[in-house]
Design a protein around this ligand. Sequence first.
Ligand SMILES: NC(=O)c1ccc[n+]([C@@H]2O[C@H](COP(=O)([O-])OP(=O)(O)OC[C@H]3O[C@@H](n4cnc5c(N)ncnc54)[C@H](OP(=O)(O)O)[C@@H]3O)[C@@H](O)[C@H]2O)c1
Length: 283
Amino acid sequence: MTTTFTFDSDLTVNRLGYGTMQLPGKGVWGPSTDPQNAVDVITTAIDHGVNFIDTADSYGPLFANEYLKQALVARPNHHVMVATKVGFTRQGPNIWTELGNPAYLRQQVEMNLFTLGLDHIDLLQLHRIDPNFTIEEQVGELAKLQQEGKIKHIGLSQVSVEQLQAAQQVAPIVSVQNRYNLIDRADEAVLDYAQANHIAFIPWFPLATGQLTEGDTLSTIATKYQASPAQIALAWLLKRADVILPIPGTASSEHVIQNIDAQNIELSEADFEALSNIDSASK
Ligand SMILES: NC(=O)c1ccc[n+]([C@@H]2O[C@H](COP(=O)([O-])OP(=O)(O)OC[C@H]3O[C@@H](n4cnc5c(N)ncnc54)[C@H](OP(=O)(O)O)[C@@H]3O)[C@@H](O)[C@H]2O)c1
């Protein structure tokens, strides 16, 4: 199993990354109750080898980016590939409203640059395709920002194979971020397409928002590897396809280290199959 993924000649990252969505306040709204801890969790991830971090302007909004910026400033000698997203507006805790107006997407790319303290974004993902605007309008605006040097690569989130192919007609697409984990595999077709085309597949909710931190089959297999159920769920993702870059979210430095260690677990074929056969009722 390869532990790295190559985006281009300058960007090869460790596949086991980190996602910042657990860092802002409850409902991904407002500041963290412990902003220093939020920064410390990210620096801990970087210190333990994470060099691919997923974020979004809508996390907080902007608070997650602020914590990430502080962590990047604190680790100036580490090159971290930042993958951020645009395309949502926020009205309160757990409320997300997509908006693909090209003018808004452009504004939010600029806001990401300001809040992350970066002069360009390595990977800019369209958080959702807004049905009120065409794919050409939305991805086309990102392509313009790419030509202007503000974005290096373009990715998509929560798309079908058909939408991905339509976007590929407008600009090169290097990644797709869809909900996917051991007990939620509705998007196997998108993963298979990504694998066939060397497109990074970034599964969100890799731990099913915490559901995969316990369970009978997971716990039994975890005991064999002297690991935690969460680590086994991540090891399963890493073995499922070389293009998968898991970005588990946590507000705990202890959990971040544990999650990173999952990349050292080499599941046997038999255990991989046993895990592949479980469903949400028998995890
Ligand atoms: N593109 C999209 O639409 C989209 C949507 C959702 C999320 N995302 C991205 O995907 C990332 C991951 O999703 P997520 O953070 O929502 O869910 P997740 O990674 O599936 O699960 C996070 C939950 O698992 C717990 N956890 C993490 N590591 C653990 C461990 N080792 N042991 C026990 N519990 C553990 C966390 O609690 P603790 O804090 O207590 O560890 C948290 O409650 C996000 O951070 C975000 O970057 C993208």
